[in-house]
Design a protein around this ligand. Sequence first.
Ligand SMILES: [Zn+2]
Ligand SMILES: [Zn+2]
Length: 145
Amino acid sequence: MSEKKKRLAWRCNSLQQQRDKAEIYNSKEWKQLREAKLQKQPMCEMCLEEGRKRGIKRGYVRSATCVHHIVPIETATTKEEMWRLAIGCGLSGLMSLCRPCHNKLHNNAGYHTKEAVQERKQSAFERWKAKQHRQQPPTDSDGST
Ligand SMILES: [Zn+2]
Ligand SMILES: [Zn+2]
């Protein structure tokens, strides 16, 4: 089967996608990443944001029980891409959320539109690029003499 046909077949087979998704969520890699995220940010990031906006500091923020992917892994077109979106996104591609906020986010009609997803993909990529840049060792400036 050609690469293109393989992609198409995977995309059209939602049962296979469900299985691959389940495989990811049951994997050691995902569990570790999820744990690390909750350890780094044990409070709901949307509650925190909401509290900041309203100037409320205490008593409002719930603890996070869900770890949410900023770029939905369902947008992958291959199994490999799904793994990359799910695990390769790293901590900055995830959000710690409480269940009510998580539901609210996913029930927002605008959240899953192509444009909204594309925008989040873009900003995730920008963040990733910025990080790569920061991690680069200082270059030897004068190599040409
Ligand atoms: Zn919340
Ligand atoms: Zn989510």
